[in-house]
Design a protein around this ligand. Structure first.
Ligand code: ZN
Length: 113
């Protein structure tokens, strides 16, 4: 009988702990669909920048400016060998070719595109 009470107590503690951490997680990371349009935008930008950071760490994103360009991440273009999520602007510069317009502008803000 005493063991049963102990068992129920442990189960309840685990259950409450689970609910508490679930709620906490949802407050920290609200479901995307429930965000306001502004918060959705902020979330996407934040996640995009994080993803670019990861791609740089992996060596897939060889950008020449800091903060890195975003256009090569978001779209396949002639500057990333038509592979979105990568950037080859640094390689292009090393080959004496032009980087993407965003990098060009980042390298030389006063230059005309
Ligand atoms: Zn670029």
């Amino acid at each position: 009988m005493k063991n049963m009470k102990k068992f129920i107590f442990i189960i309840l503690t685990l259950l409450l702990g689970g609910i508490a951490s679930y709620l906490f997680f949802n407050i920290q990371n609200p479901i995307f669909e429930k965000l306001s349009p502004e918060a959705m935008y902020q979330r996407i930008i934040k996640e995009r920048d994080y993803a670019i950071d990861q791609a740089i760490t992996r060596g897939d994103y060889r950008c020449c400016i800091n903060p890195p360009c975003t256009m090569c991440y978001m779209e396949a273009n002639q500057w990333n060998n038509f592979t979105a999520g990568t950037c080859a602007c640094d390689d292009l510069i090393a080959q004496g070719k032009e980087p993407c317009p965003q990098c060009k502008k980042g390298l030389c803000p006063t230059c005309e595109l």
